[in-house]
Design a protein around this ligand. Structure first.
Ligand SMILES: O=C(O)CCC(=O)C(=O)O
Length: 271
């Protein structure tokens, strides 16, 4: 499922770039929906869409609209994207759970996002863990950052490569505007995916273009290590989801193999 080179890269850096993983037509549709919904107040969004933070009280926090797969099938296709799922299945030992899908917009006025993730006081958090052994990688909390626009150098996603394995606290002077090799700024193009473990220390530089940055952050965990009671399908809106997406959103025991996983594995093996 992962090539030897991908395993080496992910283990070394804590992220992979999946170039052109999302079809152009889907990217265009997601941009259209992003612009439509972000023009609305929270009270006007089609249920169960909801902002992560209220724009009226936090106007400079980049606004993320959650639950978007319930409102359009393009996001249901995205969460089952074969390239993304090829990596997610390999990293979760074929036991994934879709945790959240956030359609995010950053403008020139949006705050930058300081480093978070990475070293958490020396104790590994089982809900945000990373390990490698026996030729396999394992991560319990993943984020697929799907870029819907071209991101120029100097803006957007930044991380400290390798920090997912760090055992020492980051010096306080290291910040998101530092240079390589400590800090790397990933310049994705529209349709590219930056897939990283949330154990990686990461953040985002301020957006500098007039045209907003639009990104979908699709978060996955292991189906048996969910750490928030807020996760799982929203039962009263179940009819808006395909069976596959509904099952992907569900918690499941360690030994339970989801049907959607078997379907994906069969399809991926044919590729
Ligand atoms: O905007 C970005 O690329 C970073 C987002 C981020 O920090 C997060 O999703 O936790």
């Amino acid at each position: 499922m992962l090539t030897e080179k991908e395993k080496w890269q992910f283990d070394l850096h804590g992220y992979l770039i999946l170039k052109g993983a999302v079809p152009k037509a889907d990217v265009e549709r997601m941009v259209e929906l992003c612009d439509t919904w972000h023009a609305l107040d929270d009270s006007e969004l089609p249920p169960p869409l909801q902002s992560y933070r209220d724009v009226n009280t936090k106007p400079t926090t980049p606004r993320s609209i959650n639950n978007v797969p319930y409102a359009d099938e393009v996001f249901q296709r995205l969460v089952l994207n074969r390239e993304i799922m090829r990596v997610v299945l390999a990293l979760t030992g074929n036991s994934p759970q879709l945790l959240s899908v956030a359609l995010t917009r950053n403008t020139k006025e949006s705050d930058d996002i300081h480093f978070h993730g990475g070293f958490s006081g020396g104790i590994r958090n089982p809900a945000n863990d990373y390990q490698a052994a026996d030729g396999k990688l394992f991560a319990t909390f993943l984020n697929a950052g799907v870029s819907l626009v071209d991101v120029p150098a100097g803006t957007g996603f930044v991380c400290i490569p390798g920090s997912h394995k760090s055992n020492f606290p980051k010096p306080s002077h290291v910040n998101i505007y530092d240079d390589p090799p400590t800090v790397v700024n990933v310049n994705a193009r529209a349709g590219d995916v930056v897939l990283f473990t949330e154990a990686l220390c990461h953040g985002a530089r301020r957006w500098t273009l007039e045209d907003p940055r639009r990104t979908v952050f699709v978060r996955y965990g292991t189906s048996y290590a969910s750490w928030s009671p807020g996760y799982g399908p929203i039962e009263e809106h179940q009819d808006k989801l395909s069976e596959e997406v509904y099952e992907l959103l569900q918690m499941a025991g360690f030994q339970h193999r989801k049907r959607v996983v078997n379907e994906l594995l069969t399809e991926i093996e044919k590729l």
